[in-house]
Design a protein around this ligand. Sequence first.
Ligand code: GLN
Length: 557
Amino acid sequence: MTKHIFITGGVVSSLGKGLTSASIGMLLESHGLSVRMQKLDPYLNVDPGTMSPFQHGEVYVLNDGSETDLDLGHYERFTNGPLTRNSSWTTGKIYLNVIDRERRGEYQGKTVQVVPHVTNEIKRVIRSLEADDVDVVITEIGGTVGDIEGLPFLEAIRQFSLDAGKENCVYVHLTLVPFLKAARELKTKPTQHSVGQLREIGIQPDFLICRTEQPITREEIDKIALFCNVPSSHVVEERDCELSIYEVPIALADHGFDRLILEQLRLKGRIEPDLSHWYDILQRLKTPEHQVTIAVVGKYAKHRDAYKSVYEALDHAGISNRTKIRIERIPSDRLDRKETQEIIRSADGILLPGGFGERGSEGKIEAIRIARENGIPFFGICLGMQYAVIEFARNVAGLEGANSTEFDTETPYPVITLLPEQTSGEETMNRGQNSPEVRSLKSEANHLLRLGVKPTALREGSRAAGEYGKLEIAERHRHRYEFNPDFRDALGKAGLLIAGTSPDDKLVDVIELPLHPWFVAVQFHPEFCSQPTRAHPLFDGFVAATVSRREKSEPQH
Ligand code: GLN
């Protein structure tokens, strides 16, 4: 029988609920249990693929092509259960189902209401992850307790334990215990109020995880326990991690939180947990042997969450290479400034992530030129690969004015363009179609995004094949434009290597410069498939290349 853990958040947003949920999932997996994770978000957008990265951080793409919230990235980095489009729900998506059902007459003329119809749909969604081979479903409720939007979700999870049995459900509430500098003390009142709000709705949390900057004393823990009606041992301190987010699961395990949860759910682990590989990660983070600076050049560089998975994947490669990575975020529209150019020139590596729209085009092309001409390791992702092709076409192959038709429909050399076969309709969903940025390209609105996991055949002997250690790979895509096959010969003759294509050889997925120390660009998004314990091979190789460049440039002793 599948058991359920519900995770809510109180006091303020951005407490790291996704991270805590993922850490709980990872700890339960370490007991040999099979876990599924899910996020329910209270906003009305039907899916996060339509939201601007400026507001909402990156759009995280799953194997099946679903465009989801970045918290699902945490789930995949920490846990191994498969995620699908059923792992991410919004109020909009829930209401859409209810309204569709109403239009089809399935409610037989009854008054359709939030309770019970919307709440029933929420419960159905939660239950849809149950299966014989699933021990625990972890459901994270987005937003903060007290928000009007979140009420139907809280009502649904309250009802859930009535249906499923109290012993099969655990409620975990994540709250903030702020430190008031002037009073020099931690304040427990916001936590009491937030739990009070939950209890008004009818949910008595079983566990409180208290986010704090300072250690919480025994008396404070006892006070929180008393006022919030939970045993003291169920009040867990989660202090700000100094080193890395990968300390969170270890901190929870040190408290014995995983065992307490299992006890509460009357579940037995299948194996004794072995967290040695996680301790190893922390050890490597604490005692790096090298340090490099990597410039990440992008339209959303100032927004910390917009390239979340890219930064995480770099950290994973840092862990595997025992290297501390300093990331220099460079907004691409600043690239003409002298000091930014200096930073790029002195970086040990340059990474150009994906994106939509033209802002900062020329700056990005300039950054690639600097990397190419100076032998600085370069890694291009999605739009980053398209720019690398444009730069090469213009500055090496002599195709002046070469461009992507995304930015210039009149270009004499459309080296990146829409391909006709894509209009015929791939099976993948195409919801990102409505994203504000994608939509701004009205004329191409009929073009499908190439979305979700696709196979790529790598060329034997290429650097990419060397990094992966195999020739057949599959990676996640989210783009509409492609390398224009009409230019394969011309660019190939000038020295660009097509290192990977779709298995039918029609679409170019990987390009390289064989004469450069490390210049690889890919049409897919490798950052979505990297874990702290298993760095993605391309990130791993890229960081290794930055380390050797650094070592060569440092004076030998
Ligand atoms: N804008 C480009 C395209 O649509 C690249 C997309 C991306 O980087 N995700 O093809």
